[in-house]
Design a protein around this ligand. Sequence first.
Ligand SMILES: Nc1ncnc2c1ncn2[C@@H]1O[C@H](COP(=O)(O)OP(=O)(O)OP(=O)(O)O)[C@@H](O)[C@H]1O
Length: 275
Amino acid sequence: MRDPALGGIATSTPASERVLGDVILDVRNISLAFGGVKALTDISFDVREHEIRAIIGPNGAGKSSMLNCINGVYQPQQGTIAFRGRSFKHMKSRQVAEMGVARTFQNLALFKGMSVLDNIMTGRNLRIKTNLLLQALRIGPAEREEIRHREYVERIIDFLEIQAWRKVPVGQLPYGLQKRVDLGRALAMEPQVLLLDEPMAGMNLEEKQDMCRFILDVNDEFGTTVVLIEHDMGVVMDISDRVVVLDYGKKIGDGTPGEVRANPEVIRAYLGTSH
Ligand SMILES: Nc1ncnc2c1ncn2[C@@H]1O[C@H](COP(=O)(O)OP(=O)(O)OP(=O)(O)O)[C@@H](O)[C@H]1O
């Protein structure tokens, strides 16, 4: 079912028809505290290949902390996270990225003075193989490699329909387009799992519809698994296969949008309140 408020956004495969694969990300018994503040308590859930998996919950529930544990920004005191069966407890952000997990941020992490093209190019950094000297001189293999990376980035720019702004400094773009560039930077990493932290925050309805379409298209065309934090319930219920619900750092619900919607604890803790 499509949320009428979003005017029927989904053009890609509906969640109910998406074919999911094996578990790609397995979060087991994660606990994280900042001094006396328990941000996460014994959280377990899995994400299946090709799934769109949402994490929801009221402000301060622990959603961003969870993403930060998955991508190695925070080191949980307890628990493990396994990526394709490879378990890790203390993994650095770069190692997680190298394994194929990319991330967008709630507060954009873009270089405002740099062009759209150059910002998206930064997403290719992990994949650049030639050494720094050759890169600086732009000779031989470095030149050929740069051409390959630029072609890939141009494909992303076409895919996200931002050709008209490719040379424009990102700081001059409206917020909705900046969020799209941030998605482009993450896509440039060719991720297997894409972590999206409030991709629609601060957007108007039209920008939300566009972003929803791009997320669904990325999932559909590239088979990218998506884990997303989002406050807009219409969006979450519309595009997700399964939803994890956190409240005060604890998991209080996990299931399909329909199951979560009908869960009395979720209704009490979250859906019944306004955010
Ligand atoms: N770096 C930090 N230092 C101290 N406390 C933190 C830190 N990061 C998060 N917290 C605390 O952990 C708890 C969970 O925060 P988190 O940002 O993960 O929640 P959230 O669900 O993402 O919230 P929001 O929807 O407002 O973004 C909160 O009580 C928060 O104050």
